[in-house]
Design a protein around this ligand. Structure first.
Ligand code: ADP
Length: 259
């Protein structure tokens, strides 16, 4: 992957701009700074290697060189998007899931921000916001995808099992092609972000549906319940032991299967 091959592959998407780095601290940091200084809608930061890749709660996201996708897309909210900004993590999740589907894989979304193949994490999403006073100026949608087997971190560094596209496909997909498929899907899904069909599509791909999970939040008692579906804002709806619905807002919570 290099800047020339990326530009060629992504030409049809009419991106607002492209910045490519052989190595970078974090693509989200670069995109946040670019957004704050006036980047166009659909500007993209891509790096071959991240040395300070972040997950939520400042957890580390590993992006070793020559093996993974690390990219951050800047979105300037369109009018239909504005009332539904909390759905943005779902927008990214559905798009990566569609790219996986188009390769014949069966992705699931581990709410709120991970994509699973065969129950293992293949991609993660980190959405961050640039504010202008009380208004959202832009959103930075960070996406990390394990493409080659070499991108999968050693098991002792992980709390949840991980995999790669290569491992699941049995062949090595081209990174530029997967980036194109993901962004093409994201541009398409963004048009529908205000529809109920968007929530339905997201809900259909939820991992652990009908299963008991634990929701862990720092300093709080874990919440235990059956995954039931999504609320209109993208919150997770569980059913507790008595069948009562419980909504879990994004915050900094982690979902784990119970057992
Ligand atoms: P959670 O699984 O609790 O939702 P995050 O979504 O915040 O966690 O993702 C960060 C976590 O993902 C890290 O703590 C690490 O365990 C794991 N991780 C880091 N890099 C990768 C990677 N390339 N592939 C899969 N998992 C990773």
């Amino acid at each position: 992957m290099n800047e020339t091959s990326l530009k060629k592959h992504l030409a049809k998407l009419n991106l607002g701009g492209l910045r490519y780095f052989e190595t970078i601290g974090s693509t989200n940091d670069e995109a946040l700074a670019w957004a704050a200084t006036g980047a166009n809608d659909l500007s993209l930061v891509i790096a071959d290697e991240q040395t300070q890749g972040r997950g939520r709660l400042d957890r580390k996201w590993f992006t070793p060189k020559n093996s993974a996708i690390a990219m951050s897309l800047i979105l300037r909210p369109t009018a239909p998007m504005r009332p539904h900004l909390s759905r943005t993590v779902g927008l990214a999740a559905l798009s990566i899931a569609d790219a996986c589907l188009s390769l014949g894989l069966s992705p699931q979304i581990k709410w709120p921000n991970d994509i699973l193949l065969n129950g293992k994490k293949v991609a993660g999403i980190l959405v961050e916001t640039v504010w202008s006073g009380h208004d959202v100026d832009s959103l930075v949608v960070g996406m990390g995808v394990n493409v080659e087997e070499a991108s999968v971190p050693p098991a002792d560094l992980l709390k949840f099992p991980a995999t790669s596209l290569e491992e699941m496909l049995g062949t090595l997909p081209q990174r530029e092609d997967f980036i194109f498929r993901t962004l093409e899907a994201l541009i398409r899904w963004r048009e529908k972000i205000n529809n109920q069909a968007f929530i339905q599509a997201w809900e259909e791909k939820l991992a652990f549906r009908g299963e008991i999970v634990n929701i862990n939040a720092e300093d709080e008692k874990p919440i235990h319940g059956i995954v039931d579906g999504l609320e209109s804002d993208g919150s997770l709806r569980l059913k507790d032991e008595s069948g009562k619905p419980v909504s879990i807002r994004f915050g900094d919570v982690s979902l784990r299967p119970s057992s």
